[in-house]
Unconditional design. Structure first.
Length: 107
Protein backbone atom coordinates (compact mmCIF):
# COMPACT_ATOMS: atom_id res chain seq x y z
CA UNK A 1 0.00 0.00 0.00
CA UNK A 2 1.42 3.34 -1.07
CA UNK A 3 1.32 6.44 1.08
CA UNK A 4 3.08 8.64 -1.42
CA UNK A 5 5.62 11.34 -0.72
CA UNK A 6 3.97 14.63 0.22
CA UNK A 7 6.15 17.65 -0.41
CA UNK A 8 5.89 21.37 -0.88
CA UNK A 9 7.29 23.12 -3.93
CA UNK A 10 6.84 26.85 -4.14
CA UNK A 11 3.34 27.78 -3.08
CA UNK A 12 1.77 24.33 -3.61
CA UNK A 13 1.60 20.88 -2.04
CA UNK A 14 2.27 17.80 -4.20
CA UNK A 15 2.16 14.03 -3.77
CA UNK A 16 4.57 11.73 -5.59
CA UNK A 17 3.79 8.02 -6.06
CA UNK A 18 4.08 5.15 -8.52
CA UNK A 19 1.24 4.12 -10.82
CA UNK A 20 0.77 1.20 -13.18
CA UNK A 21 0.66 2.52 -16.77
CA UNK A 22 1.18 1.24 -20.27
CA UNK A 23 4.76 1.92 -21.30
CA UNK A 24 4.94 3.68 -24.65
CA UNK A 25 7.83 1.80 -26.19
CA UNK A 26 6.90 -1.75 -25.21
CA UNK A 27 3.11 -1.37 -24.85
CA UNK A 28 3.28 -3.47 -21.67
CA UNK A 29 2.18 -2.35 -18.20
CA UNK A 30 4.88 -0.96 -15.96
CA UNK A 31 5.28 1.25 -12.89
CA UNK A 32 5.86 4.96 -13.55
CA UNK A 33 6.45 7.76 -11.09
CA UNK A 34 3.59 10.28 -11.00
CA UNK A 35 3.34 13.66 -9.29
CA UNK A 36 0.00 15.39 -8.66
CA UNK A 37 -0.80 18.76 -7.11
CA UNK A 38 -2.79 18.61 -3.88
CA UNK A 39 -3.50 22.28 -3.31
CA UNK A 40 -2.05 25.64 -2.34
CA UNK A 41 0.19 26.26 0.64
CA UNK A 42 -1.91 28.60 2.78
CA UNK A 43 -3.41 28.82 6.28
CA UNK A 44 -5.89 26.04 5.59
CA UNK A 45 -3.25 23.67 4.17
CA UNK A 46 -0.20 24.75 6.12
CA UNK A 47 1.22 21.34 7.05
CA UNK A 48 1.71 17.85 5.63
CA UNK A 49 -0.83 16.52 8.09
CA UNK A 50 -3.48 18.93 6.71
CA UNK A 51 -3.05 17.73 3.11
CA UNK A 52 -2.65 14.02 3.92
CA UNK A 53 -6.42 13.32 3.45
CA UNK A 54 -6.22 14.85 -0.05
CA UNK A 55 -3.31 12.57 -0.89
CA UNK A 56 -5.17 9.51 0.39
CA UNK A 57 -8.11 10.33 -1.92
CA UNK A 58 -5.77 10.44 -4.91
CA UNK A 59 -4.01 7.22 -3.86
CA UNK A 60 -7.22 5.27 -3.11
CA UNK A 61 -7.72 3.87 -6.66
CA UNK A 62 -4.02 3.02 -6.93
CA UNK A 63 -4.00 1.18 -3.60
CA UNK A 64 -7.29 -0.59 -4.29
CA UNK A 65 -5.98 -1.92 -7.58
CA UNK A 66 -8.98 -0.60 -9.50
CA UNK A 67 -6.85 1.62 -11.73
CA UNK A 68 -6.00 -0.33 -14.87
CA UNK A 69 -3.63 0.87 -17.56
CA UNK A 70 -5.97 -0.36 -20.29
CA UNK A 71 -8.74 1.94 -19.01
CA UNK A 72 -6.91 5.08 -20.11
CA UNK A 73 -8.17 6.75 -23.30
CA UNK A 74 -6.29 6.36 -26.55
CA UNK A 75 -4.38 9.36 -27.83
CA UNK A 76 -6.67 9.73 -30.83
CA UNK A 77 -9.76 9.81 -28.59
CA UNK A 78 -8.17 12.39 -26.31
CA UNK A 79 -7.26 14.63 -29.22
CA UNK A 80 -10.67 14.30 -30.89
CA UNK A 81 -12.87 14.78 -27.82
CA UNK A 82 -10.77 16.99 -25.51
CA UNK A 83 -7.97 18.81 -27.32
CA UNK A 84 -9.69 19.73 -30.60
CA UNK A 85 -12.79 21.20 -28.88
CA UNK A 86 -10.43 23.26 -26.73
CA UNK A 87 -8.57 24.44 -29.85
CA UNK A 88 -11.81 25.37 -31.59
CA UNK A 89 -12.76 27.50 -28.61
CA UNK A 90 -9.41 29.20 -27.97
CA UNK A 91 -7.42 29.21 -31.23
CA UNK A 92 -7.81 30.15 -34.86
CA UNK A 93 -10.27 28.03 -36.88
CA UNK A 94 -7.53 26.52 -39.06
CA UNK A 95 -5.61 24.95 -36.15
CA UNK A 96 -7.96 22.03 -35.29
CA UNK A 97 -8.60 21.23 -38.95
CA UNK A 98 -4.88 21.13 -39.74
CA UNK A 99 -4.16 19.06 -36.63
CA UNK A 100 -6.78 16.45 -37.46
CA UNK A 101 -5.88 16.28 -41.12
CA UNK A 102 -2.11 16.09 -40.80
CA UNK A 103 -1.32 14.43 -37.50
CA UNK A 104 -4.20 12.56 -35.90
CA UNK A 105 -5.49 10.82 -39.01
CA UNK A 106 -2.34 8.65 -39.01
CA UNK A 107 -3.07 7.28 -35.51
Amino acid sequence: MQEGQIFRKGASWFVRFRELRLLLRSGKPGWRQVCKRLGPFDKKCGSRRAVAPLASKILAPVNAGTLRPESRPRLRDFVEYVYVPHCKEHQRPSTPNRLLKNRVSAL
